[in-house]
Design a protein around this ligand. Sequence first.
Ligand SMILES: CC(C)(COP(=O)(O)OP(=O)(O)OC[C@H]1O[C@@H](n2cnc3c(N)ncnc32)[C@H](O)[C@@H]1OP(=O)(O)O)[C@@H](O)C(=O)NCCC(=O)NCCS
Length: 140
Amino acid sequence: MIKKIDSVRRLQRKDLPEATKLLNRERKTAFLDWETSLLSRTVNNRNTIGVVALNRGKVVAVLIGGVLGCRGEINHCVIAPEYRHNGIGGKLVKAALIRFARLGVRRVMLDVIRKNSQAIRFWESHGLRKTDDIHMEIDL
Ligand SMILES: CC(C)(COP(=O)(O)OP(=O)(O)OC[C@H]1O[C@@H](n2cnc3c(N)ncnc32)[C@H](O)[C@@H]1OP(=O)(O)O)[C@@H](O)C(=O)NCCC(=O)NCCS
């Protein structure tokens, strides 16, 4: 069944509890537990972006990212499972790329788990291409 959304807009403070829950539902993307207080840093901050899709006021999809100079990064993009394959992820990505461009970003990057082939196809369909960079990280 097609699941409709009412709007796609910037993440607001009132969305934080639902957006946090959605991010934590998807273990592929929430490599650590999200807390509302951490996510609140993405609201009204010129160096971060947050986009949500809503159905009857309820958050059903969330994308968050950050800006460092001319480079931007999409950190997480999660659509509630029952809302997938309706073009909602695509709408979030388009809104995010427009916002990145307005903030002066010239290149957007992201990490995706190698075995998440559906997500890789999804990102490629939005113009992202694979690189041979090595991903490195440290836990704090
Ligand atoms: C990856 C993800 C963000 C995609 O979101 P989505 O809303 O399902 O994306 P879209 O609907 O725009 O596109 C997904 C597929 O639906 C298809 N689609 C889009 N609109 C459609 C429609 N109206 N009817 C049927 N199919 C449609 C697209 O062609 C695409 O097909 P493909 O997977 O064969 O390439 C979502 O599956 C998700 O949240 N996954 C779990 C978290 C995750 O892995 N995030 C990315 C980590 S980097």
